[in-house]
Design a protein around this ligand. Structure first.
Ligand SMILES: *Cc1c(COP(=O)(O)O)cnc(C)c1O
Length: 396
């Protein structure tokens, strides 16, 4: 099997698994318990917080552990909204291609009277910082823009965006779930006020994440109960997962430069191979993209059928985000970069990882080329294109 869906989730690293084990059956005390066995767990918890903070360039007090990326996104946005509400500022700026954890939270706020501006992400899927500067108003309380897109892998100029937000005194949150472990993060240098992470996207366990919030920001609580996480996130801490996440993050961050060079070369080989398929096009900027992300649209095919046939050939791929597959709506990300509906339906995302080899790349190119040809030969839609009844979207 070739696993080419690392944007959906990743295999846990041995380091992360081994880091978790002792916290299941040896140091299993509750960090809130007063006896020393519980306090030992508490100490390890705080050490993990310090290690995570070091990877992000912040203070441990600025780290809150959450159940994952979705929760961190929700908490960051609701926190900013609460601040805004208090000051009569009910305008939020984001983009049309955020993850649904952001977009659906913003929709909720819209129902509560917030006004949301979604910036155009252009054909290449990259925001221009000047768009943010122009969109900020007197009543803007938050700018939330992802670091790297989960479907098309495009990387946003978050440092510049953060700088503009600082100057205009507006909170800046970034969903860095796809960036962590692939791109360097330093919240201070990058002018970030709040940032979300999820361990299962960088070879850590599922169900654990981080919300960084700059000192001074008082988080709004989503989960109410005990005083864990300094009162900002109730519930007994998932210590095994936190230890696994800390180890995975350190490992991923230490390996970024080496790993990203290797991955970029493989990614480019895959892009070049798939680019030879006629009437297809790469989605998202060719350069400003994650090292492991390849996303194409092919005319005259249906993404779902493509995935099933690739599955028969032992390839795990995606047609977009895991959250939208299964629904028949085309990806909101592909629509946001201006792909027409009929083309957005024919998308393929391959996200490679550390285990991917050159042979895997060549096999994937061969398999995708074969399956696309096969599907087109059966498609009445494709016949209309070849007979001129419909016009092509792509030039060749
Ligand atoms: C996966 C993902 C999330 C959600 O993270 P979970 O830990 O699965 O809740 C949020 N944002 C982006 C960009 C993602 O890729």
């Amino acid at each position: 099997m070739i696993y080419a869906d690392n944007a959906a989730t990743t295999k846990m690293s041995e380091t992360a698994i081994n880091a978790m084990l002792p916290y299941m059956n040896e140091i299993y005390g509750n960090p809130s318990s007063l006896y020393s066995f519980g306090q030992q767990a508490k100490e390890e918890l705080e050490k993990a917080r310090t290690r995570v903070a070091a990877c992000l360039g912040c203070d441990p007090k600025e780290i809150t552990f959450t159940s994952g990326g979705s929760e961190a996104d929700n908490q960051a946005i609701f926190t900013a909204a609460k601040y805004g509400e208090r000051k009569g500022k009910k305008h939020i700026i984001s983009t049309a291609f955020e993850h649904h954890a952001v977009l659906h939270t913003l929709e909720r706020l819209k129902k509560q009277g917030f006004e949301i501006t979604l910036l155009d992400v252009h054909k290449n899927g990259v925001i221009d910082p000047s768009q943010v500067a122009e969109a900020i108003r007197e009543d803007t309380c938050l700018v939330t823009i992802m670091y790297a897109n989960n479907e098309i892998g495009t990387i946003q100029p978050i440092e510049e965006i953060g700088k503009i937000c600082r100057e205009k005194n507006v909170l800046f949150h970034t969903d860095a779930v796809q960036a962590a472990g692939h791109l360097h993060i330093n919240v201070k240098e990058q002018n970030i006020d709040m940032l979300s992470l999820s361990a299962h996207k960088f070879h850590g366990p599922k169900g654990i994440g981080v919300l960084y919030a700059k000192r001074g920001i008082i988080l709004d609580t989503l989960i109410n109960g005990g005083a864990q996480e300094r009162g900002k996130r109730a519930g007994t801490e998932n210590l095994p997962a936190i230890m696994g996440m800390a180890a995975a993050l350190e490992e991923a961050c230490a390996g970024i430069d080496n790993y990203s060079e290797k991955l970029t070369a493989l990614r480019d080989r895959l892009i070049e191979g798939l680019d030879k398929i006629p009437y297809g096009e790469l989605n998202g900027d060719r350069e400003k993209r994650l090292p492991g992300n390849v996303n194409f649209c092919f005319e005259g095919i249906e993404g779902e059928s493509l995935l099933l046939l690739l599955d028969d050939k032992g390839i795990c791929a995606s047609s977009g985000s895991a959250c939208t597959s299964g629904s028949l709506d085309p990806s909101h990300v592909l629509l946001a970069i201006g792909r027409p509906h009929e083309v957005a339906h024919g998308s393929l995302r391959l996200t490679i990882g550390e285990d991917t080899t050159e042979e895997d790349i060549d096999y994937m190119i061969e398999a995708v080329t074969e399956v696309v040809t096969y599907l087109r030969n059966m498609s009445p839609f494709w016949r209309d294109l070849t007979t001129g009844k419909r016009t092509h979207v792509f030039a060749k």
